[in-house]
Write a protein that binds this ligand. Structure first.
Ligand code: AMP
Ligand code: MG
Length: 500
């Protein structure tokens, strides 16, 4: 940076620019305003609006426009231009006061919800900061309220535009979730309604109501759509699985791949937040059991559904043919050891159901008979009941692929050099007894779909349908747990902490 540039980006506290022409109403904009306009653009030159490419100055200009449209004077317009500069760009209030006068600095200071003291900044939680800001609006002067209301109107409009364009994923750019933002904007509408009634507050109130209507609508549609899938794929405890009657290519009312992908993107965002809370709460766990024949897409499901999830707090276990040591123990030994700890989401890529179905199917007419089968079913149901009693939510998913589709995928594995590594000679032997496997799973699923650990048969011929269904099952399961972030220490919630 050259010396001239540096001089340009700093505010010169020694030069105070006074208004030269002010009419009776004090609304004429003079050289101070023009200077402030250029300076604000400079101070924020490298900043963008959260989650978008829009230059930050657009927000400052919009807020300034609202202030002027609603009768603001030059000081208020200048304060609007700088209202985020203290918080975001470390501009000192004293410099602002020296350059543009005490009143501008006072308004900017009052519009800043983060403490100006660097030591205190960031120490309070989002909620505590907003609570303080709202409380503070209860005492603020009308000077301040005009600028603050203009700021909130423009922010609310931006949220509404984003939510219309991107749906609920629009909220992912904020530090706070949709519920917390809703609380914040509702509180703002109330306090402005009390203290600053007028067209600007009406505008805020209408915009917030529109956002709320959109969110409520989305929640309704979402609940309806999600429960439709969850309902379709669940095997009701005590009823036959009807595996062979289910369509592996079903779309479950989703429409097409694009619609499925858009919905999956939303679930991934939700899952990320839910998993974070589950992990923070650290008292309960979720176990996703993925079963399915070769090439049914178990690996792809894990890759796709868990893309947004923090690896810390999840654990994937792939169960292969048991080792000698594993075979020397009871069949649940290796399984129990891999179960998720409190706070974790555990994923079983194959599971103890191999010890039931695979072992049985491969040895039909051999050592495994009806009583062996029944004993294992009992052991599994008991085991899952015990896990669930200790706080594990169990979600069992059978990825249902057709024999045709499996054939196609095998062909791809045999011919595509990038997929060839997945090909196993043994897969062809298993395919020869595809029907026996399906009969085995049909029976196993019927006999082990329990209230505490129900099975879900997910159509897996279409990857997008399979990924979406598993994501929705998981979101629904964790959402029901409603995991809570542990409360911060009281001192922090009070917002009175100072970092030494
Ligand atoms: P993959 O998951 O395709 O890499 O292959 C793992 C193989 O291990 C599959 O053929 C499974 O059927 C087999 N397998 C996993 N667990 C068991 C088990 N407990 N008993 C017998 N075979 C198993
Ligand atoms: Mg395989």
């Amino acid at each position: 940076m050259s010396a001239t540039d540096a001089a340009d980006t700093t505010i010169r506290p020694d030069t105070t620019i006074r208004a030269d022409t002010t009419d009776a109403a004090g609304t004429a904009l003079g050289p101070r305003f023009r200077e402030a306009l250029a300076e604000a653009a400079l101070v924020h030159q490298h900043q963008r609006r959260k989650g978008s490419d829009t230059p930050y100055v657009s927000h400052l200009l919009a807020v300034t426009a609202l202030v002027l449209e609603h009768g603001g004077d030059e000081d208020q317009a200048i304060a609007a231009l700088f209202h985020d500069a203290v918080e975001d760009q470390d501009l000192a209030l004293d410099d602002l006061a020296a350059r543009y006068g005490e009143r501008v600095a006072m308004i900017v200071g009052a519009c800043t919800d983060t403490l100006t003291d660097t030591a205190e900044r960031g120490a309070a939680t989002w909620r505590a900061r907003k609570e303080r800001y709202i409380a503070h609006l209860g005492e603020a002067s009308p000077d301040v309220l005009l600028v603050s209301a203009s700021d909130k109107v423009h922010n609310a409009r931006a949220i509404l535009v984003d939510v219309r364009a991107a749906g609920m994923t629009a909220f992912s750019r904020f530090n706070a979730g949709p519920d917390e933002l809703r609380w914040y904007y509702r509180s703002l509408v109330e306090i402005f309604g009390d203290r600053f009634p007028g067209p600007l507050t009406d505008e805020l109130s209408q915009t917030v109501a529109e956002i709320e209507a959109f969110v409520d609508d989305a929640a309704l549609t979402r609940r309806h759509d999600m429960s439709a899938i969850v309902d379709d794929v669940q095997v009701k405890p005590g009823t036959p699985s009807r595996l062979l009657e289910r369509d592996p290519a079903a779309k479950l009312g989703v429409g097409d791949k694009e619609a499925g992908a858009a919905r999956l993107a939303e679930r991934i965002v939700e899952l990320s937040d839910l998993q974070n809370r589950l992990w923070a709460e650290s008292s309960r766990s979720v176990l996703l059991v993925l079963q399915g024949l070769d090439a049914s897409g178990k690996d792809g499901t894990i890759r796709s559904v868990f893309t947004g999830v923090n690896p810390q707090g999840t654990q994937v276990t792939s169960f292969k043919v048991p080792t000698t040591t594993e075979l020397a123990h009871d069949f649940l030994w290796r399984v129990h050891a891999a179960c998720p700890a409190r706070g974790e989401i555990g994923i079983f890529n194959r599971s103890h159901y191999e010890d039931l179905v695979t072992v049985y199917v491969k040895e039909i007419g051999g050592r495994r008979d009806r009583s062996w089968w029944k004993a294992r079913v009992r052991a599994i149901n008991e085991f899952e009941r015990a896990l669930s009693a200790e706080g594990t939510t169990i979600l069992k998913v059978f990825l249902h692929v057709s024999k045709d589709e499996q054939g196609k995928r095998f062909h791809e594995r045999m011919t595509d050099p990038h997929k060839a590594w997945k090909f196993r000679m043994g897969d062809l032997d298993d395919r020869k007894i595809f029907e026996a496997f399906m009969a085995g799973y049909d029976r196993a699923i019927t006999e082990t779909s329990t209230v505490l650990a129900p099975w879900h048969v997910v159509p897996a011929d279409r990857n997008w349908m399979r990924n979406l269904a598993v994501a929705e099952l998981l979101v629904e399961a964790v959402r029901k747990l409603d995991p809570q972030l542990p409360p911060p220490p009281v001192e922090l919630a009070n917002g009175a902490l100072v970092i030494p």
